[in-house]
Design a protein around this ligand. Structure first.
Ligand code: MF3
Ligand code: CO
Ligand code: CO
Length: 261
């Protein structure tokens, strides 16, 4: 069923399906956490994601999606999102986002988090903390009766108060029976603007935050988005479900480890 804004409203049976896809996505990231070390290539991390997802009888949603060639996205340092795993080796001091979307029985679950290699700089650590906290602050506003603008405004206000910038070129999205559905979930905006949240909605919030300017550009591979000023960027993503009382985070880490430190 769709509401008047064209946003899918899911029932509790649908929710059970979406939850199972979300569990596999977050378990994939829990598994990846053990493999992060200097010298490992991002392609080998992708292979581990691929094999893990298949071992759970699910499919990686990104593989073949609009021509995307891999089973996850790995975005290193100044890469904002959609980094394509390849033969680059992780090195001490790197920060990276791994973004996994799984399909199980036709249901989608999408999550990403940051990982760190060895010792990172204080400013990288602060970036990761602010980005993580901005996601949780957005989720706090994801309540029935609030608007999508309330979520975006809360994220933007918090990030800018901390002298960092929110990426405007990419957004969160409705999810469930498809990878990307209405609405676009902006990580900036004005309180009380945009569609109203209702029980049964399922969507991602996935703020990307830059230490420097917010502008991005896409590299010649047509996927990799980087900061124009080469400043470091971070991202965290959860899939959440709106219920009568508030919301439920569907992609929580079973190991209780979402922040990398
Ligand atoms: N998982 C990403 C998201 O959060 C989308 C990746 S699409 C890809 O929406 F094709 F780049 F993999
Ligand atoms: Co994602
Ligand atoms: Co997403």
């Amino acid at each position: 069923m769709k509401n008047k804004d064209g946003i899918h409203i899911y029932d509790n049976r649908d929710l059970e399906g979406i939850k199972r896809a979300c569990d596999i996505a977050s378990e994939t990231l829990d598994m990846i956490d053990n493999l992060i070390e200097p010298g490992i290539t991002t392609l080998s991390l992708d292979k581990q994601c691929h094999d893990f997802i298949l071992s759970r009888n699910a499919t990686p949603a990104t593989l073949g999606y609009r021509g995307y060639p891999r089973s996850c996205c790995i975005s290193l340092n100044h890469v904002v999102c959609h980094g394509i795993p390849g033969d680059k080796k992780l090195k001490n001091g790197d920060i990276l986002n791994v973004d996994v979307t799984c399909i199980l029985d036709g249901w989608y679950g999408d999550t990403s988090r940051m990982f760190v290699v060895g010792d990172i700089s204080l400013k990288a650590k602060r970036l990761i903390e602010i980005t993580h906290d901005s996601l949780l602050i957005g989720i706090e506003k994801a309540l029935p009766g609030n608007t999508f603008g309330d979520i975006g405004a809360a994220i933007q206000t918090f990030v800018e108060k901390n002298k960092m910038s929110v990426v405007k070129d990419f957004c969160g999205h409705g999810i469930g029976s498809e990878f990307h559905q209405p609405p676009n979930v902006l990580h900036y905006g004005k309180k009380s603007s945009g569609p109203k949240l209702e029980p049964g909605m399922c969507f991602t919030i996935e703020p990307m935050v830059n230490i420097g300017r917010p502008e991005t550009k896409i590299l010649s591979d047509n996927w990799t988005a980087v900061t124009r000023d080469k400043s470091l960027s971070a991202q965290f993503e959860h899939t959440i479900f709106i219920n009568e009382k508030g919301n439920q985070i569907l992609t929580k880490s079973k190991k209780n480890k979402f922040l990398p430190f």
